[in-house]
Structure formats: structure tokens, C-alpha cells
Ligand binder design. Structure first.
Ligand code: TPP
Ligand code: MG
Length: 283
């Protein structure tokens, strides 16, 4: 398969943005998995990160801010054969979409969620996001963000996600490998990707991350939930990269009475006479 299967488009990102590496790694991961564009559905809400689906040749749904997960879940339920990937920002995923994030984990629909975590709202020019560090000064938070940052990987493990990873745009080979494993994981997989925003986050820069990140080594056991929670809490002088937690879990499709029989919305033929008679009951 050619490297250009998923095509290259002009972007509206700032030169030097971490989003470029995520886009490139995503295309590489999909190509290495042998996916064709028609098999892939890219979903996002609103944001700089949320533009990613527009820069890749596949099926695309860009919806409302914070509402990417419901659209992704609906897509997978309608057509189980699609590889459904949510590719969006930290604000979209954990702020406006925070409620969906938690309850989507509980449902465990087989979708993959890549979060471009630049710890800022970039599209709207630099307000604090849920992962912004306490004290981060922005044009809105002039005295520094007062809120405790949310720890998305710790939250995901605690809420019961079966695949939780952390990656960094500066480690491309590892990012591709994690992306491939997340896409292949049967169930909801979340990868929080540390992504420098060169325009609006002058604290968490490429150098800031590069100084702190280290790879989990082969002695690390990702099936140990308590150890994973402890690792997930490291976000100071040291930040671990890799698959923090992984366990096999029954998916929504394996549990749902109808879906587990293989019946899906895409194959349903709607008989208008039945719909009409049902509607009549309410008129
Ligand atoms: C319902 C709604 N609320 C707020 C906004 C404004 N808005 C658009 S993008 C955005 C934040 C995006 O941040 P993030 O998801 O982190 O993406 P980034 O731009 O940092 O990549 C906000 C608050 C909106 N468009 N719609
Ligand atoms: Mg952001």
C-alpha cells in the first residue's frame, strides 16, 4: 500500500505544531495496519486538534465541540465494520466532552480515542484547559489558572478503561506503535498524546516535555491496575510514556442483546408502512 493512501492536505496549523507529528504518525499507523480509507471513520468536535480528520482521506464526521464521542459511538453501532477513531483536543475531550468521556468508558464501545493534549485551548487563542497546570498564566487567567488539573489517564483507569496509554509527539516511533495497539484493542482505547502548542502554551514546550518523559521498560506490567494508577499519577519531574494499563474487557457489541447477534443498523430495511402505523398511535 502506498504511503499516500490517506493523502496529504494543506493545513491551517502553525509551523512547528505538535499536531503535524500526530497526523503523520496516524497515517503511518493506519497504513501499517493495512487499512484502506473507506474502512476508517475519523471523528472530532471543534478545535485545532479537531481539524485532523479534515487532513486525512477517510470517512469524516466533525461535530459540535465536546460531542465527538457520541457521534463515534453511533457510527460504530450503525456499522461495526468501520475502524472508528476519535482524534481531537484536550478541551474537546475532557472539558466540554468530559461527561461523555467518563460514560463512554463505562459502555466500552470498540472505538479508539487519540487526544492531542497541549494543555490549552488553542483554537480560541490560549485559555486554560482542564489539563492546564495550576498557575498557568493566560490572557484570561491573568493571575494563573486556579484549578487543579485533571489527570485524564488516572481518570480513565479509575473509570474502568481497558486500554490507557500516554505518548508524546516527540517520540514518533513509539507513538505509531501505541496508535496501532490502541486501534487493534477490542474496546475503548484512550491515548493521551502530549503535544506542544508553540503559540499559546509557552510553559509546556517541546523542551519541557522532552526533559521529563521516559519510556516504561519491559519489566513494567500493564495489567497491574494499582501499579498503573501509581504510574498515571507521575506528571511532575518525570512523565512515563507507554501503555499504562491494558486488560481484555467485553465490548458493548459483545454484551448488547441485539448487536451480539450481528444485526446492525446499517443492514436494517425500514418499512415506511410500519413507521406510519407506529406514528399513528401518537397522532
Ligand atoms: C459549545 C461550544 N463551546 C465552546 C466553543 C469554543 N471553542 C471552540 S474550540 C474550543 C477549545 C478547543 O480546545 P482543544 O479541544 O484543547 O483543542 P485545541 O484547539 O487546543 O487543539 C472552544 C472552547 C465552541 N465552539 N462550542
Ligand atoms: Mg488543546
Amino acid at each position: 500500500m502506498s504511503k499516500n493512501t490517506f493523502c496529504t492536505y494543506e493545513t491551517a496549523w502553525c509551523p512547528g505544531c505538535g499536531n503535524f507529528n500526530i497526523l503523520e504518525c496516524l497515517k503511518t499507523a493506519l497504513e501499517e495496519l493495512g487499512k484502506d480509507p473507506y474502512e476508517v471513520m475519523m471523528v472530532a468536535g471543534i478545535g485545532q486538534a479537531a481539524k485532523t480528520p479534515q487532513y486525512i482521506s477517510a470517512n469524516t464526521f466533525c461535530g459540535l465541540h465536546g460531542r465527538s464521542l457520541p457521534a463515534a459511538v453511533a457510527t460504530k453501532i450503525a456499522n461495526v465494520n468501520l475502524t472508528v477513531i476519535v482524534d481531537t483536543g484536550d478541551g474537546d475531550s475532557y472539558g466540554e466532552g468530559g461527561n461523555h468521556f467518563i460514560h463512554n468508558i463505562r459502555r466500552n464501545v470498540d472505538i479508539t480515542h487519540f487526544v492531542h493534549d497541549n494543555q490549552i485551548y488553542a483554537l480560541t487563542k490560549g485559555q486554560a484547559s482542564p489539563t492546564s497546570m495550576e498557575g498557568l498564566v493566560t490572557e484570561v487567567q491573568t493571575d494563573g489558572s486556579m484549578n487543579t488539573p485533571l489527570n485524564p489517564v488516572l481518570m480513565a483507569i479509575a473509570a474502568g478503561s481497558g486500554f490507557v496509554a500516554r505518548a508524546f509527539t516527540g517520540h514518533k516511533e513509539q507513538l505509531v506503535s501505541i496508535m496501532k495497539q490502541a486501534i487493534e484493542y477490542e474496546g475503548y482505547a484512550i491515548v493521551d498524546i502530549l503535544q506542544p502548542c508553540i503559540s499559546f502554551n509557552k510553559v509546556n514546550t517541546f523542551g519541557w516535555y522532552n526533559k521529563r518523559v521516559y519510556n516504561l521498560d519491559s519489566s513494567y506490567d500493564p495489567s497491574n491496575k494499582l501499579a498503573a494508577m501509581e504510574k498515571a499519577m507521575e506528571f511532575n519531574d518525570k512523565i512515563p510514556l507507554g501503555i499504562l494499563y491494558q486488560e481484555p474487557k467485553k465490548t458493548y457489541h459483545q454484551k448488547n442483546t441485539v448487536l451480539k447477534t450481528g444485526i446492525q443498523l446499517l443492514d436494517q430495511v425500514t418499512d415506511p408502512t410500519v413507521v406510519k402505523s407506529l406514528l399513528k398511535e401518537f397522532i
